[in-house]
Design a binder for this molecule. Structure first.
Ligand code: ZN
Length: 239
């Protein structure tokens, strides 16, 4: 474990929960930050709290390292974007090949705000669940974007920040496997039963891979990754 500390961008979804576990395994002190930007489903904000409570309850060795949670009101994003995440419209692909859930450049803003909070809290490692491998081509999730932003933020604040993105080159099956390595069945179970990624906010039926509609882009990735991970595990286990 490193003696330092970290601030994790935490949405209550599978990826950021896995990143939070990753940080708790590595850093002596970990705080979380989330953004309320008029999500259609308050369910995401609820998931943040239940996941945090679940981590504290199930992982006594992580619990003392898990510090304050910061929730930043970003309602302004709802005013300047017209997307399926913030308005009651159907999720579709735009002409640019991106889902219309895309709030342009939002991760740039998230990291910048996280850095401002981190600056005040003395947390100079920022951890995010962005992934270039198999998500929808969001340009603000790309490695080059975040490396450039790390430099800009460090220069602009006169303080060296490190951006860590442990999922950047993993596919969804590998993300499930990472969670299993970090926290074993209790973490995998917490992800399945408490984390939330479905764009439609569906939580009626518990599937093997978690709650969700099973059809939106986030559910499709989560489900297929889980299926693939299970198949790989079955193959790796000698009979
Ligand atoms: Zn869904």
């Amino acid at each position: 474990m490193r003696p330092g500390n970290a601030l994790v961008l935490f949405s209550g979804g599978q990826d950021s929960t896995t990143c939070l576990a990753w940080a708790l395994e590595r850093f002596a002190q970990v705080e979380t930050i989330g953004f309320d930007y008029g999500q259609r489903h308050a369910i995401e904000l609820e998931a943040r709290q239940t996941v945090l409570a679940g981590l504290r309850a199930r992982f006594p060795h992580w619990s003392p390292r898990l510090g304050e949670d910061h929730l930043v009101d970003l309602a302004v994003l709802g005013q300047i974007s017209d997307t399926a995440l913030t308005r009651d419209t159907a999720i579709a692909m735009t002409e640019a090949g991106l889902p219309n859930t895309f709030v342009p450049g939002r991760n740039l803003l998230f990291f910048q705000l996280a850095a401002a909070v981190g600056y005040r809290r003395g947390l100079h490692t920022l951890v995010g669940g962005m992934c270039e491998t198999d998500f929808s081509g969001y340009p603000d999730c790309r490695d080059d974007t975040l490396k450039a932003l790390q430099v800009a933020v460090s220069l602009g604040m006169g303080q060296r920040f490190t951006f860590e993105t442990p999922l950047m080159w993993l596919d969804k099956a590998e993300t499930w496997a990472l969670a299993d390595t970090l926290g074993g069945p209790p973490l995998v179970d917490l992800l399945i039963t408490q984390s939330h990624t479905c764009y439609h906010g569906v939580r009626e039926t518990l599937h093997a891979w978690g709650y969700g509609c099973g059809e939106c882009p986030a559910c499709v990735l989560r489900r297929s990754g889980h299926t693939q991970w299970q198949a790989q595990r079955a193959q790796a286990t000698p009979t």
